[in-house]
Design a protein around this ligand. Structure first.
Ligand SMILES: Nc1ncnc2c1ncn2[C@@H]1O[C@H](COP(=O)(O)OP(=O)(O)O)[C@@H](O)[C@H]1O
Ligand SMILES: [Mg+2]
Length: 330
């Protein structure tokens, strides 16, 4: 078996702004070639974490290691890590070519070499036609590609993207995600991107790190985050609807996804409060022993107040808020 190579390692990163602890002992290993998403609510320190990696913010303690080398004290321009900012940070007084070539001109690279690099990057990102356009006249999606191309021409060891899809129209977001995955596949480089929207992580990532309260609550495949959240908080946060939880005894909870409930006979009951219609599926918001929750999925509308009997074909067991095991019934 080949050993996976660690590209980036964060060890015990702590970052405070004044008295506010934003990052609290963050540990992370990213493997070469990963497309890794950092997911968390707004204000949890996702951007700050990227800035610590790229070197714009200094951590109060801890270390940043890339390719086995401690780079914590290196300035950003010596790190060879490219960051694409949330607002793309393009230079408005330069055209697309000027923007993409900027870091190369700064390095004093030969003109012919610059031409080649910019043309190659533009081709890869499908923006060859707009190289002479003003950046003020292009769409959000094109701006994003220009920012990516500007990062690409530097041949960085790693790409950091802060909320790369948030400024795009909802309709193009989906294809932009696929394009990012394709870009990673063709460059075979390592990408880390930040998002507060889990739909932007579910189908393209190698792994997702869920950041909250200054630290990673769980680092896992999206599927595992959904199926076996390690804490109640993660179960609440991941999924179109929060995981349903019911108390078993003082220290134990059971947690389940709506589609794990089988309606009909069963020793559990719930009283319908609302039909949540989503496409051709109905989610039934119910009052249960565990409180108000989306328990069940069906394809019909039920009358409010109906008592529903159900059983669980599987559930997760939690002890003192920590995942213990998944239990499946016949
Ligand atoms: N330079 C700064 N000075 C003071 N507070 C900051 C600074 N940058 C970020 N913060 C605060 O740190 C917290 C995390 O910010 P940020 O990393 O931007 O969160 P996220 O990207 O997850 O939304 C926020 O409360 C923000 O107000
Ligand atoms: Mg942010």
């Amino acid at each position: 078996m080949t050993q996976k190579k660690i590209k980036l390692e964060l060890k015990h990163i702590t970052k405070k702004f004044g008295k506010n602890v934003i990052l609290d002992d963050v540990n992370l290993k990213i493997y070469e070639g990963e497309l890794f998403a950092i997911l968390g609510p707004s204000g949890t320190g996702k951007s700050t974490l990227l800035k610590v990696i790229v070197g714009i913010e200094d951590p109060d303690s801890g270390s940043v290691i890339v390719d086995g080398k401690d780079i914590t004290d290196l300035p950003p321009n010596k790190r060879n890590i490219a960051m694409v900012f949330q607002n793309y940070a393009l230079y408005p007084n330069m055209n697309v070519f000027g923007n993409i070539s900027f870091p190369l001109r700064l390095e004093g690279m030969k003109k012919s070499e610059i031409e080649k690099k910019v043309n190659d990057a533009a081709k890869l990102l499908g923006i060859s036609e707009i190289l002479r356009s003003s950046v003020n006249s292009i769409s959000g999606g094109q701006k994003q590609r220009v920012a990516l191309a500007r990062a690409l021409v530097r041949d960085p060891a790693m790409f950091l993207l802060d909320e790369p899809f948030s400024n795009l129209d909802a309709r193009v977001r989906f294809t932009a995600r696929e394009e990012l995955k394709r870009l990673r596949d063709s460059l075979k480089s390592t990408f880390i991107y930040v998002t507060h929207d889990q739909r932007e992580t579910s189908n393209i990532t190698t792994r997702v790190g869920v950041l909250n309260n200054g630290t990673f609550q769980q680092i896992d495949s999206f599927n595992n985050l959904y199926e076996t959240p390690k804490t109640k908080w993660v179960g609440d946060f991941i999924g179109n609807f929060p995981m349903g939880f019911m108390q078993k005894d003082k220290t134990h909870l059971i947690g389940f996804r709506p589609e794990w409930a089988v309606v009909g006979k069963g020793n559990m009951t719930a009283k319908l409060v609302t039909n949540e219609v989503s496409g051709n599926t109905n989610y039934w918001m119910c009052e249960t022993k565990g409180g108000l929750m989306i328990v069940l999925v069906g394809n019909k509308l039920l009358k409010v107040g109906t008592t529903i009997h159900f059983r669980l074909k599987k559930y997760n067991l939690y002890e003192n808020d920590k995942f213990v095991k998944q239990v499946k019934s016949k």
